[in-house]
Design a protein around this ligand. Structure first.
Ligand SMILES: [Zn+2]
Length: 391
C-alpha cells in the first residue's frame, strides 16, 4: 500500500468516526458503566513517543470495554495550568494563554491523527474558568473547614530563574531549566491537611492493585497516624529527643536513635566536637536534596555518629545518637528510635555500621531469644529481654 492511499484511508475513517460521533458517550442505563481516564498531557510542546505509548494503552482498554458491552466514558483534556505552561511560554516567547491554546490545538490534531477513541465533546482544560471554578469551589470549602492553611515551609528555589521548582524539576540538586544550583528556601505557601486522612488513605491502599514499590512509596508519603511519641533524655544535656513510633512494644530493643541530618538538635549536639565535620558532610549532601530524591534514595542508607548518647527511658542505658539520610525532618518528629531487631531499615543500618542488634520479640512462645537474627523480625510476637523491675 502506498503512503498516499494509507493516509487517505485513515483520514477518511477518522472523519467518519468524528461525523458519526461513535465515541461520544451518553446515558444508557441498559449497559454497565466504565470510566477510562488517563493523565492529561501538559500542552507544553508537541506530542512525543511517551504520549503515544501511554494513550495507546488507554485507547486499547476503552475499545476492549466497549466491545465487552460497557458504556464507556473516555474523555481527553489538558493539564494546562502551572509551570509547564509558564516554561513553554518563556521558551517560545509569548503570553502563556496564547502559547497554551496554540499547543493544545496542535496536540489535539496529532492525537486525532493517532485515531484514539476519545469523546472530544467532554474535553476539559484546567486553565478554562469553566473548569477551575470547581477547583476554587473545592479550595474555598477546604479553607472554610480548616483543611487549607498557609505556612512557611522550605521550597526548591532556583535563583537564576527566580522561581520555585517542583521536586520533579530538580535533577541531582540542579535546576532542570538552567542547570543552576537549587537551594531550599522558606516561603509562605498553601497546604491541604491530608494527614488528617492519613489512616483512611493508608487503609485504602489495600483496596488498590498498585505495584509493591508504588504502594511502599505511598505509605512513606502518608506516614503512619496511629502510634505514640516517646521522649528520650540526652546525656549531659537538658535537651530531649521526641520520637514517633508505631511499635512501642519494641521499645526495649531500641539500641540507637537516628535524627534527620537537618534536625536542629543534630547541629547543636556536634557543635565544636570532633564529630562536627562528619555531620556537616552528611548535612550538606542531604539537606538541600528534594524530598522526592530523598525518598527515592531511601534504600541507600547512610549515616554518621553524632558522638553523644540518649538515655533509654525504661532501662536508663546509654544508646548512641546518629544522623541518617533516611530520616526526614519534615516527617513525624524528625527523629526515630532505631530497633534493628524488629525493623528492616534499622537492621540494615545497624549491620552496616556495626551497631548492637537486640532481640525483644520472638515469633513462638519459648523460642530462644539468643538465636542470631538473619533479618529483622517485623511481625508481632512474644516479648523477651523486656523485663525491667517494676515495669
Ligand atoms: Zn534555573
Amino acid at each position: 500500500m502506498s503512503e498516499g492511499v494509507r493516509t487517505t484511508n485513515e483520514v477518511a475513517w477518522q472523519q467518519a468516526w468524528n461525523d458519526g460521533k461513535i465515541f461520544a458517550s451518553s446515558d444508557d442505563p441498559s449497559k454497565p458503566k466504565f470510566y477510562c481516564l488517563e493523565m492529561y498531557p501538559y500542552p507544553s510542546g508537541k506530542m512525543h513517543m511517551g504520549h503515544v505509548r501511554n494513550y495507546s494503552i488507554g485507547d486499547a482498554v476503552a475499545r476492549y470495554k466497549r466491545m465487552k458491552g460497557f458504556n464507556v466514558l473516555y474523555p481527553m483534556g489538558f493539564d494546562s495550568f502551572g509551570m509547564p505552561a509558564e516554561n513553554a511560554a518563556i521558551a517560545e516567547g509569548g503570553h502563556p494563554h496564547d502559547i497554551t491554546e496554540k499547543n493544545m490545538a496542535s496536540i489535539t490534531e496529532q492525537i486525532k491523527r493517532m485515531g484514539f477513541s476519545y469523546d472530544w465533546e467532554r474535553l476539559v482544560k484546567s486553565h478554562d474558568p469553566n473548569y477551575y471554578k470547581w477547583n476554587q469551589l473545592f479550595f474555598t470549602r477546604f479553607f472554610k473547614s480548616g483543611l487549607a492553611y498557609r505556612e512557611y515551609a522550605p521550597v526548591n528555589w532556583c535563583e537564576p530563574c527566580s522561581t520555585v521548582l517542583a521536586n520533579e524539576q530538580v535533577k541531582a540538586g540542579r535546576c532542570w531549566r538552567c542547570n543552576g544550583p537549587v537551594e531550599q528556601k522558606d516561603m509562605s505557601q498553601w497546604f491541604i491537611d491530608i494527614t488528617k486522612y492519613a489512616q483512611e488513605l493508608l487503609d485504602g491502599l489495600d483496596t488498590i492493585n498498585f505495584p509493591e514499590s508504588v504502594r511502599l512509596m505511598q505509605e512513606d508519603w502518608l506516614g503512619r497516624s496511629e502510634g505514640v511519641e516517646i521522649e528520650f533524655g540526652i546525656e549531659n544535656s537538658e535537651d530531649t529527643i521526641r520520637v514517633f513510633t508505631t511499635r512501642p512494644d519494641t521499645l526495649f530493643g531500641a539500641t540507637f536513635l537516628t535524627l534527620a541530618p537537618e534536625h536542629p538538635l543534630a547541629e547543636k549536639l556536634v557543635k565544636g566536637t570532633e564529630y562536627e565535620s562528619q555531620w556537616k558532610a552528611i548535612y550538606d549532601k542531604y539537606a538541600n536534596m528534594s524530598e522526592f530524591d530523598r525518598i527515592k534514595n531511601l534504600n541507600k542508607k547512610e549515616g554518621v555518629s553524632l558522638g553523644c548518647f540518649a538515655i533509654h527511658p525504661l532501662t536508663q542505658e546509654k544508646i548512641p545518637i546518629w544522623a541518617g539520610n533516611f530520616v526526614l525532618a519534615t516527617y513525624g518528629t524528625g527523629a526515630v528510635m532505631a530497633v534493628p531487631g524488629h525493623d528492616e531499615r534499622d537492621f540494615e543500618f545497624a549491620q552496616k555500621y556495626g551497631i548492637a542488634i537486640k532481640r525483644v520479640l520472638v515469633e513462638n512462645e519459648g523460642d530462644d531469644p539468643s538465636d542470631a537474627l538473619e533479618q529483622a523480625f517485623t511481625g508481632n510476637g512474644y516479648m523477651v529481654n523486656s523485663i525491667k523491675p517494676g515495669f
